[in-house]
Design a protein around this ligand. Sequence first.
Ligand code: ADP
Length: 668
Amino acid sequence: MFKKLLIANRGEICCRVIKTAKKMGIATVAVYSDADASALHVQMADEAVNIGAAPAKESYLKGETIIEVAKATGADAIHPGYGFLSENAHFAKLCADNNIAFVGPPVGAIEAMGSKSAAKNIMEKAGVPLVPGYHGEDQAEALIKQAADDMGYPVLLKAAAGGGGKGMRQVWSEAEFSDALAAAKREAVSSFGDDTMLVEKYLTQPRHVEIQVFCDSHGNGVYLFERDCSVQRRHQKVIEEAPAPNMPLHVREAMGEAALKAAKAIDYVGAGTVEFLYDVDGSFYFMEMNTRLQVEHPVTEMITGQDLVSWQLKVAAGDSLPLRQDELKVNGHSFEARVYAEDPDNDFLPATGTLRFLQPPIENEHVRVDTGVLQGDDVSVYYDPMIAKLIVWDEDRDKALQRLANALKEYRVNGLTTNLPFLYNLATSEQFKKVELDTGFIEKNSDQLFSKTEQDVADYLPLMVLSVLLKKQTLKPHATSADSNSPWNQVNAWRANESHQQVVSLEFNGTQYDVTVKQEDSAHPNYFQLLLGDTTIQIEGALEQENLIANIDGHRQRAVLVTDGNEMSLYTLNRAIHFQENTPDLGIEEADDAVGGLTAPMNGTVVKLLAEPGVNVAKDTPLLVMEAMKMEHTIKAPAAGTVTEFYFQAGELVDGGAELLNFEEAQS
Ligand code: ADP
């Protein structure tokens, strides 16, 4: 077995690999960029070496530098994690050339799966079912169109070199074909510099089901069952589960065998994933093979009781697979939810900021949290904004789903926008519970998944008001008296000879609420009456650090209160509520965020300039499209006015925070 393992990655996957290495008695070396100097993965590793500046190109993607670090620290193996260099054949070769074991497949296997068309040709020869279609070298339009006409519409055009959903176009009828092909080719050239296209039957309601395979260098291969990853947004997985619900045993076995055939066809060694589209009629088709450990591997670990990273290390060290196919069993059901710093209500735009408060659910045999961040860390523009993977397990799907919903409720993050409420809506939706799954799940159920919860106001207003009142009491009084019974020691609305009355003003979901609060009894400073219309509600509570205990009309409940200036977040048993305390306007002017430059929200590429310099545009007119973290983001006019100059052209890279253009507001 290896003595020392270098992990050429960061974040949760690096931490995940280190945990297993520690258990196996293997020393670990982490690498880190300037932005990650105090990151969790650096703290967890036995040694850590700085390899450059924050942008991945200047650190985590520098293969040669990483090899140098491995040699200098005496690491005899490198685990690439996922992303970064994990599917980079050149890097795998560099490892081999330097006598360092690459914990991944042979170079040839990575290369074979690099092009969608080439991969399909290999799979076709091996007898793995493919979506009906054309993936040949002859790119004559008439030929591709004939293939589409023959199989019938709708069809899907895909760039052979594609990835991340780019260069992909649905075509619904013969009449649309020419235009769609031209558009897909344009996109393919600009993204991959290669406009080779393939066309396949477009399945309208498929599920994404993938098989975990494992092969060793002694000719053994097994499949560790399937994962259903149908819940996707823009072809990115959101929630994954294992096993695939409502999939008959004979389909699992056939798919598992097909996946092994695919792996054998390219002499695969190590952990791999073969992705299939699983159609409503029970048929399934090969889509692609990922030649690395997948983000969603924990759900497979939960249902098989195996540690896939330890399997990877054993296989890379030349051992045989730890188990035979007939020794592998599915036990129970597991879900994984990807907790992201992003805004589902704003097209899932990645969010950045500081994790001011971070309290994951407590881990136990049912709940696992794979993360690489700590409270106080920044989620920066440089890397994927995933905060954690929340994984749950139970005996069956219903029970596991309830575990997921509960754990999501208990996941408390403050300081930036997360997809936690969206994930909770997903996990508790009837449609998900009833396995109404296909890759269009999120679009189909968007009304419910994105719904704002206005009904919460009535439920939570007393709790919000109580929070404001109790928080005020933790502030220092302006005057103090040595007499502990003196009213001067109080910071409430105490008045001599009358009951105290005050108005608490707060803002929630964009609405201002002014609530009158009375306090009759100065001997009980934490006891209030809330006047809400005709009703009076008795509220009482105590706040110790973040822990709030509230009693609202006899209903005692617990919550966690996190404050940041006027911003308040309440984590109740049921959900997180974010609101703002309105303090009186003291006439202090805030800095004017004057229009002028408009900046890039994150590192990325300028895709398109949409406005003509010097031409007047209305407020909110799209001015420029940029792409970052696989998503497009549109910069809009902040007011009526004109762009005087663009500082970048389409195709150029920009750093987060860079000024993109100069905008002059129209004089009114
Ligand atoms: P990329 O490599 O660009 O991510 P894939 O070929 O892996 O593209 O497909 C990504 C997603 O697109 C799949 O998970 C599925 O949701 C959808 N998809 C791909 N091919 C088809 C098809 N023939 N019919 C319907 N949906 C498809």
